[in-house]
Design a protein. Structure first.
Length: 98
């Protein structure tokens, strides 16, 4: 079995477990940042970018949890929205996100 065939089987297995793959284009200053940061941390750009995305997703999950807790404590959607914009740079309260 070739490397391409093994990769295809791996992708199919991940897909059957509910994973998705996304093609991401990075250029300009963002690409420079990823490449420089990867080199500085001794990682490949792909590994560094994966870590960066996981960190951003974790931050989003925490923000949503905090927003839900605020709503449970009696905050309004507008108060949650203002908090999300100020602290996390997000526009939607957890009542409007899946």
């Amino acid at each position: 079995m070739s490397g391409a065939e093994r990769m295809q089987r791996t992708r199919e297995r991940h897909r059957s477990n509910g994973s998705r793959e996304y093609l991401l284009r990075i250029q300009g200053p963002d690409l420079e940042f990823v490449e420089a940061s990867a080199a500085a941390s001794g990682q490949t750009p792909t590994k560094f970018l994966g870590s960066l995305i996981k960190l951003a997703l974790a931050t989003g999950r925490v923000a949503r949890k905090v927003g839900r807790e605020m709503l449970d404590a009696g905050a309004t959607d507008e108060e949650v929205d203002a908090f999300m914009r100020k602290l996390y740079g997000m526009d939607a309260s957890p009542t409007r996100t899946p």
